[in-house]
Design a protein around this ligand. Structure first.
Ligand SMILES: Cc1cc2nc3c(=O)[nH]c(=O)nc-3n(C[C@H](O)[C@H](O)[C@H](O)COP(=O)(O)OP(=O)(O)OC[C@H]3O[C@@H](n4cnc5c(N)ncnc54)[C@H](O)[C@@H]3O)c2cc1C
Length: 416
């Protein structure tokens, strides 16, 4: 069924009895050409592009819980391509371009809203760094604009610009950045993949790999053994746990990141604002809640829940820059498990095991990467060669010293 305005009217006239399930619920087959482990944004996008762009045939996505139950449905929904380094910027700009056509492409309303993102500046050194980043973005075909404090005040009059611990000296804006309804991305890709013949199998945890003579032959799951020609792993915060079952130790740590939503307010935030100096960022959902986040919880964990000290820390960061928001009540918060890599950049690569491929290390920036990550991982799985925009996302960069350390903080996963 193709979704359209006409379809909504047609279904309304027939009592909404004609809607069909958005994706099916198949039993696992004994063997697939390609198995993707992880029904998050990246796994589902990979399956979708494999089927749509690379002629993939018998494909399955195996998800241990329900699709969208992981980070793809837990993030703060921000998309952007405001990166500095050559290894990153072309990839993230490719992703933003894919976001721009995505709803038409997979025929699903993901509420993509290019309402703009603004990074605040507080020091001269930060201004220099942001001008450099803005130039790198422009050179790679992205949009970037430096804003003055007066321009920022016009858009966000309630920001604490002068009487603040961190007075605002300007900002770097990317007007094409914005927000996307996060779980609709999982649903849209799932529906698009399912309609092209991909089996999406939920409640199916991968518990091990069958590997013989250096080649992967399939996966052990909670629903029995499933054979595969190739296996792609895209399990985000569970990456190190899953890959340890293939005897691989990854250059990665898992950490908890929390997200917060306030009670619904009238429209007050036009776009996304990030306050790097205090590590706080905020946007407003279409329902009216302020959606915000900040630091990691600060310890290694696989738990999808955070602790209270970080609630206080993040809210303090928010109060420092948006004092007016102190009147709003916090409605709910939740945690996700982040696969933090040693240089803060992802990995999309083959492993040393024939037929076993890996996608992970997205830290807390992988939602915006979802379309490009899926496209590039599908390319790698289909052609056995990296996509031109993902050539630097290799395992061996740590061995060869070609790190992509966007923040320049060294091998400190908790700081990226
Ligand atoms: C609070 C928070 C805020 C964030 N904010 C942003 C943001 O604003 N912008 C941004 O770009 N990024 C953001 N991120 C990061 C982003 O959400 C992640 O980097 C990205 O979603 C990870 O990829 P994914 O969607 O594939 O992960 P997930 O949705 O976590 O998918 C992985 C899936 O693998 C499944 N799985 C795990 N182990 C197994 C197994 N053994 N067998 C089968 N299935 C398995 C899991 O159940 C899960 O569904 C945020 C993350 C969090 C937690």
């Amino acid at each position: 069924m193709r979704y359209s305005g006409f379809q909504v009217i047609k279904q309304a006239l027939s009592g909404h009895k004609g809607w069909t399930p958005a994706w099916s619920d198949p039993e696992p087959q004994p063997h697939y050409d390609i198995i993707i482990i992880g029904g998050g944004g990246h796994g589902l996008a990979t399956a979708y592009y494999l089927a749509k762009e690379f002629g993939g045939k018998r494909i399955a996505v195996l998800e241990k819980g329900w699709i969208g139950g992981g980070n793809v449905g837990r993030n703060t929904t921000i998309i952007r391509s405001n990166y500095l380094l050559d290894g990153n910027e072309p990839f993230y700009e490719f992703s933003l371009k894919l976001w721009e056509g995505l709803e038409q492409n997979f025929n699903y309303n993901a509420m993509i809203s290019q309402r703009g993102i603004l990074n605040l500046i507080h020091t001269d050194a930060q201004r220099d760094a942001f001008i450099r980043r803005g130039n790198a973005m422009l050179l790679n075909g992205a949009d970037a604009e430096m804003l003055t404090t007066a321009q920022i005040k016009k858009r966000y009059p309630y920001l604490n610009t002068e009487d603040a611990r961190f007075p605002i000296k300007g900002g770097l804006a990317q007007h094409r950045g914005g927000t996307v309804r996060h779980d609709a991305v999982a649903w849209g890709y799932a529906r698009g993949a399912d309609s092209r013949g991909v089996d999406i199998i939920q409640n199916c945890e991968v518990t091990g790999f069958k590997i013989e003579n250096g080649k992967v032959l399939g996966v052990e799951t909670s629903r029995g053994f499933i054979g595969a020609g190739k296996v792609g792993c895209a399990v985000a915060g569970s990456s190190s746990r899953l890959m340890s079952k293939a005897n691989m130790r990854l250059p990665m740590e898992s950490h908890v990141l929390q997200a917060f939503v306030s009670e619904g307010l009238k429209p007050v935030m036009a776009g996304v604002v990030t306050f790097g100096a205090g590590h706080f960022y905020c946007s407003q959902s279409d329902k009216g809640g302020l959606v915000f986040g900040g630091d990691l919880d600060g310890y290694n964990s696989y738990a999808q829940r955070g602790n209270l000290p970080v609630v206080e820390d993040v809210c303090e960061g928010g109060m420092a820059i948006f004092p007016a928001f102190g009147r709003a009540r916090l409605l709910r918060m939740w945690g996700g498990v982040m696969d933090m890599s040693m240089d803060g950049s992802p990995i999309i690569d083959k492993t040393h095991i024939d037929g076993l491929y890996f996608n992970g290390g997205w830290c807390y920036g992988g939602f915006k990467a979802t379309p490009a990550s899926g496209y590039c991982f599908a390319h790698l799985l289909a052609k056995d060669a990296p996509h031109p925009f993902a050539t630097d996302y290799r395992f061996d960069r740590f061995e060869k010293g070609r790190m992509i350390d966007e923040k320049g903080v060294g091998n400190q996963p908790n700081l990226h």
